[in-house]
Design a protein around this ligand. Structure first.
Ligand SMILES: *[C@@H]1O[C@H](CO)[C@@H](O)[C@H](O)[C@H]1NC(C)=O
Ligand SMILES: *[C@@H]1O[C@H](CO)[C@@H](O)[C@H](O)[C@H]1NC(C)=O
Ligand SMILES: *[C@@H]1O[C@H](CO)[C@@H](O)[C@H](O)[C@H]1NC(C)=O
Ligand SMILES: *[C@@H]1O[C@H](CO)[C@@H](O)[C@H](O)[C@H]1NC(C)=O
Length: 433
């Protein structure tokens, strides 16, 4: 441990040893008679970051001891708050972190796919995710599945298509930062366009935790399992027309890229009442003191009735404020930067975890949390919900709009502090000036 950390730890010890009531409690708070001791003032910062050239130790202040057994130092460097947790952590919250780097990757000619579902992270019962890559022209074969599919383009350009139960058609293009949605059971295609990015990479989120990318209904897989004469009768053509259908699924396979112009790729003009893509990249972000955010739900993208999202950008030193989502679990995907989350799970249970780009967090409904930028660059992440409507409750707004005497009676705050709380949601706050 660095010597300055030892000094910090000693200072923290010293300050807790000579614990005096917080000054605010002395000045103006009515003497709420505390029935329990005050919470500790110990600092609880992450003790290192992944770029440090140290051998981490599971020691925080007076707690812990050196490690004698084997160490996986890269993982420990990425997870300081698991290895030397804040003293505010307590109890056992189920694991809520899954790095896509730990997912089995399915490699195909033309791309790959890796997934996180409830088998990888048992807490994630309501939503599952897939990270997929398609080279220029490559196709994710025409298919459908039991669950609704929401997608966000990480890089590149794609063409998608679907046909509805009413026989309406939609063909559309999406680029980085845009989204699509296919309702459960709707057949669809996905193909990478010819772009300098060399194809595309994207995130798929499904409205069920048990979704598996390996058990979708595939065009080729179906026809390989239907008697040929039945196929011929179905399509009312000569059986020899089907001499060259594949004997098993293609899943992801290479092909020539589609025409640049989407109209020239249409059999008939699009005629669905609503589009199945949404140019989220073109939405102006709402500015906040510590960053910005975009919320896109069924109010602006009406076809997406079971999944909605917020794209959140947090500046260095900023934080997505303390909040919760009343009824919906949150499936979070980190696009860039480094983050720290503490999940509060009621009953004195809280666990802090650290996240890197490509990681997933899953936060059950009503669990209190924040997302802090703990790195040196802008933190960009997606909050995704199994709902048509984005909803959150801000702790600050709640306290600001509640009778102040009530808040005082709980927290021993003074009037000026309570009056300073923002009555409008901040969503993303900056560092304290
Ligand atoms: C992609 O576009 C470039 C530039 O127009 C072209 O040279 C190249 O042949 C195209 N690639 C494919 C696979 O069509
Ligand atoms: C189907 O096509 C084959 C090959 O062209 C031909 O020999 C056969 O007579 C056709 N059958 C029918 C029923 O038209
Ligand atoms: C976004 O902001 C720009 C610049 O202020 C403005 O021109 C544009 O109309 C806005 N777009 C939307 C969709 O509101
Ligand atoms: C931030 O930058 C400083 C100075 O380059 C470096 O010492 C530190 O490790 C960096 N922190 C993170 C979280 O990358």
């Amino acid at each position: 441990m660095h010597s300055w950390r030892r000094i910090l730890s000693l200072l923290a010890l010293l300050s807790s040893a000579v614990a005096v009531p917080a000054p605010s409690a002395v000045t103006s708070a009515p003497a709420a008679s505390p029935t329990v001791p005050y919470a500790s003032d110990d600092p609880n910062l992450p003790l290192w970051n992944e770029n440090e050239n140290i051998v981490p130790e599971p020691i925080r202040n007076t707690l812990g001891a050196s490690i004698l057994g084997p160490q996986n130092i890269p993982i420990e460097l990425q997870n300081p708050d698991l290895f030397a947790p804040p003293s505010t952590d307590s109890g056992s919250v189920p694991n809520y972190k899954w790095p896509f780097s730990l997912s089995h990757n399915r490699l195909q000619t033309g791309g790959w796919a890796r997934q996180q579902n409830v088998n990888a992270m048992s807490i994630a019962t309501a939503l599952a995710g897939v990270n997929m890559r398609l080279e220029v022209g490559a196709i994710r074969e025409m298919h459908w599945h039991n669950d609704g599919e929401w997608a966000y383009i990480i890089q590149g350009d794609l063409r998608i298509s679907t046909v509805t139960p009413d026989g309406q058609v939609y063909v559309g293009d999406v680029s980085q930062g845009d989204i699509w949605y296919f309702p459960a059971g709707y057949p669809h295609s996905i193909q990478a366009k010819n772009t300098t990015a060399g194809g595309a990479e994207f995130l798929l989120v499904f409205d069920s935790g048990t979704f598996s990318e390996d058990s979708t209904f595939l065009l080729t897989d179906w026809l390989a399992h239907v008697p040929k004469e039945v196929i011929a009768k179905n399509f009312q053509v000569n059986i020899s027309a089907f001499d060259h259908i594949p004997s098993r699924e293609l899943y992801i396979f290479p092909s020539a890229p589609p025409p640049v112009n989407v109209e020239s790729d249409m059999v008939v003009p699009n005629d669905t009442p609503m589009p199945f893509t949404f140019a989220m990249s073109q939405v102006n972000a709402t500015q906040a003191s510590g960053g910005s955010y975009k919320v896109v739900d069924a109010r602006t993208f009406p076809v997406s009735t079971t999944v909605c999202s917020a794209e959140v950008s947090v500046e260095v030193g900023g934080m997505r404020e303390l909040h919760w989502h009343p009824t919906e679990p949150e499936w979070t995907y980190f696009i860039s930067g480094e983050a720290r989350i503490t999940v509060y799970a009621s009953s004195a249970q809280a666990t802090t975890m650290n996240f890197q780009a490509g990681d997933i967090a899953y936060i059950p409904p009503s669990f209190g949390h924040y997302v802090e930028n703990t790195g040196n660059s802008t933190l960009l992440f997606l909050e995704i919900f199994r709902s048509g409507l984005f909803q959150d409750i801000s702790l600050t707004q709640w306290l600001a709009l509640t009778p102040p005497e009530l808040v005082k009676a709980h927290l021993g705050l003074d009037d000026a502090t309570i009056a300073s709380f923002s009555r409008v949601k901040q969503e993303v706050v900056g560092p304290i000036h």
